[in-house]
Design a protein around this ligand. Structure first.
Ligand SMILES: Nc1ncnc2c1ncn2[C@@H]1O[C@H](COP(=O)(O)OP(=O)(O)OP(=O)(O)O)[C@@H](O)[C@H]1O
Ligand SMILES: [Zn+2]
Length: 680
């Protein structure tokens, strides 16, 4: 019997089968693995099964694999092929931990039984029309159901009635009421007994969505899935989704790999968001896999955004996706904020804030309105330096500076997570005058407290939301209006429907303006449009203030005009001229080793192996191996090589042949492949 096990090899492992059960795909089994046991999934009968003596028998059968259908198998097989990642790793990592990892005693955790029982009970209740859903803890503003406007009605009509594989791009400005469109569409689809998957890019958007969908779609069963849930909760939600007991599944990217027996439609909100890309293990893009899922299951899918990814925009231009537009803000009297640029050459920043920016903050506070200060950098200061000798605190394990976290009195490496106490004096010269260089959210928070001593200032970033419940509590204060100023990273910049924000201040945008990463302008533009979009959602006269040294940059013209389309056409042309995605297809191979030279050597060998596979039929180009910008992380040095082709099939043909050879290479260099990389 072939059994899939979470191991980094592109093959199944063969075991003998003694069970009285008929083997079938997806059955979970315990198999001997070295001196221990592991959970595996039956893949099928090994083609050349001989009863060789060294083939070990399957230890025991955990379940019949009822939840893991042939449809799910097709999806993970596609993912394995497309991302050139071991099928066993994908299949097992798609399951909640409780279903794939044995406990310390080598047994299946009890929560599996509990979760299954819970789902079965719900499934049985599904036939009972009086099933009512408990109200959610998270309160939401008001739950009145607005009358849809003409554009929304048109979008809902098309989405609710769409049949078969049918991709839509819902292009609607921030605050145009895309969420209402989803809700009405989902309601219609649920009436037909379908299950709907709603993907959101970030965990912090799930509480509000859950509350809203539950309230509006009761008594339908709404579950949430993301990586921050308690194991029991997550396993229960998985069973509810996989048995079909749940009607709506609100999930972050991992939701796309869940079995959904009654799937009828997929919603991908904020489809442009880079958080949909998984950055370790199987480096998949959840939006792209969602499209594949929709295709395989022959169901419609809607990708929603105010700033679509250029990939999606091009598809809509080509007619592969149907574009639905919401051109205006939904709430009567609401309007997009007026964008003002402050040239820091004329108005130098003191403690990060220029004079006009400070005035704007004070004015807005005195007018009783909320402000957002957006700064994509957490901590107090990105560097700690000695003013006497120029020493800078660096990470011992990474080619990176330590970030000063003043509140926690720690220096932290944002690459490897290493932490140490803030030193009392300079380790090289003994000087006690150590200061922070640059500014993070904590430091801006401190400056704002000085500027607005009576204001309630809230910081929302990865540090302030680390503990359970903190994020919900902070967002609650933001929504209720208790908070006067929100300081935060991209966590507050997107998706949230804040009612009372009248001013957005964007700081520290210049680094991305002239970054060498080719996606940097697209990302910056999307981020600024999104954060601008948090202001003026219920009333007009909102402002967005951007501090920059480069106010003449063309990106700002499009921002001032709130004109995604002009930005997109400009950027699209630039990509086309440079033969960059979406006009070419890419993969990278990354090599990790203690010594950079070994990484580069490995990549050179890999390139030599690849050369003979490239020909006229296989127009593939391998670039030079290069060290990563941050070369060393956690004591490991990294290098990578980019592979490009204008033909996706040619690229994948090449990768398949090439990887077969790479897996045979001996040596201690760890390597992996990434298809459609986004961080270049
Ligand atoms: N037809 C309507 N009439 C009045 N208000 C509406 C209507 N549709 C939506 N709204 C309200 O408009 C606000 C903004 O809507 P929503 O949050 O759905 O925008 P969005 O398009 O998702 O924005 P973003 O892209 O910024 O996330 C919500 O408070 C919503 O209740
Ligand atoms: Zn480090």
């Amino acid at each position: 019997m072939n059994v899939l096990v979470a191991a980094p090899l592109p093959k199944a492992f063969t075991y003998q089968w003694h069970s009285e059960h008929m083997p079938r795909f997806g059955m979970r089994v315990i198999v001997p693995w070295g001196r221990q046991h592991r959970i595996g999934l039956v893949q099928g009968v090994a083609p050349d099964q001989q009863l060789a003596e060294n083939i070990k028998p399957v230890h025991s059968v955990l379940d019949q694999g009822e939840c893991l259908s042939a449809q799910w198998q097709a999806l993970i097989e596609f993912a394995a092929k497309y991302y050139h990642h071991p099928l066993g790793m994908i299949a097992l990592e798609a399951l909640p931990k409780a279903l794939r990892v044995l406990n310390a005693r080598g047994e299946e955790p009890v929560m599996v039984a509990k979760s299954r029982e819970h789902a079965m009970k719900l499934l049985a209740e599904r036939t009972d029309p009086d099933t009512s859903v408990k109200a959610n803890k998270t309160k939401i503003d008001k739950l009145e159901k607005p009358e849809l406007n003409a554009e929304q009605l048109d979008a809902v009509a098309q989405l609710a009635n769409a049949k078969g594989f049918n991709p839509f791009l819902l292009y609607g400005v921030t605050g145009s009421g895309k969420t209402e469109v989803y809700l009405h569409t989902v309601e219609e689809r649920l009436k037909r007994g379908e299950q709907v998957l709603v993907l959101l890019p970030e965990i912090n958007l799930t509480p509000a969505a859950q509350a809203l969908y539950k309230e509006r779609l009761a008594p339908h069963r709404v579950v949430v899935m993301h990586s921050n849930l308690a194991e029991l909760t997550r396993t229960k939600a998985w069973f509810e989704a996989a048995t079909g007991a749940a009607d709506v599944i609100i999930a972050t990217r991992l939701g796309v790999l869940t079995p959904l027996p009654r799937l009828g439609m997929i919603v991908v909100d904020e489809e442009h968001d880079p958080s949909y890309k998984q950055q370790d293990g199987m480096r998949y893009h959840a939006r792209d896999l969602a499209l594949m899922l929709a295709k395989q299951r022959e169901v419609p899918i809607v990708l929603g955004s105010a700033t679509p990814a250029l990939e999606s925009w091009l598809k809509a231009d080509l007619g592969a996706y149907k574009r639905l537009c919401l051109k205006n803000r939904a709430v009567l009297g609401a309007s997009l904020p007026k964008v003002e640029l402050i040239n820091t050459a004329n108005f130098p920043a003191k403690e990060g804030l220029s004079e006009p920016a400070m005035q704007a903050l004070v004015q807005n506070f005195e007018a009783g309105k909320q402000s957002i200060v957006f700064l994509n950098r957490r901590g107090y200061a990105p560097q700690m330096v000695c003013n006497a000798c120029g020493w800078v605190a660096n990470c011992d394990h990474c080619t990176a500076h330590m970030v000063w976290h003043k509140n926690e009195r720690m220096l932290r490496c944002h690459h490897c997570g290493a932490g140490q106490r803030v030193p009392t004096h300079c380790p090289t010269c003994g000087n006690q005058d150590l200061t922070g260089f640059g500014r993070g959210t904590q430091r801006i928070e401190e400056t704002l407290a000085g500027l607005l001593p009576t204001a309630n200032i809230l910081r929302i970033d990865a540090d302030s939301t680390r503990n359970k419940g903190q994020m919900e509590a902070l967002l609650q204060q933001a929504h209720s209006g208790e908070a006067d100023v929100l300081v935060g990273t991209q966590m507050i910049a997107k998706g949230h429907d804040f009612a009372n924000v009248a001013l957005v201040l964007a700081l520290n945008v210049d680094a991305s303006l002239y970054s060498h990463a080719y996606r940097a302008p697209e990302r910056l533009f999307a981020q600024l449009m999104q954060v601008a979009g948090r202001a003026g959602r219920r009333a007009g006269d909102a402002r967005m203030v951007v501090q920059t040294r480069y106010p003449q940059h063309p990106l700002f013209d499009a921002l001032k005009a709130h004109n995604y389309e002009s930005f997109a056409s400009h950027e699209m042309q630039a990509r086309k001229d440079a033969r960059m995605p979406p006009f070419s297809h890419q993969a990278t191979i990354r090599a990790d080793h203690k010594k950079l030279a070994n990484c580069l050597q490995f990549l050179s060998t890999a390139r030599e192996l690849g050369e003979p596979l490239v020909d006229a039929d296989s127009p593939v180009f391998m670039c030079d191996p290069v060290p990563l910008t941050v070369v060393r992380v956690g004591g490991i040095e990294r290098a990578q090589m980019l592979i490009e082709s204008e033909s996706r099939p040619a690229l994948h043909r090449f990768l398949t042949q090439w990887l077969a050879q790479l897996h045979e290479l001996p040596g201690s260099v760890r390597w992996f492949l990434e298809v459609d990389p986004v961080d270049l």
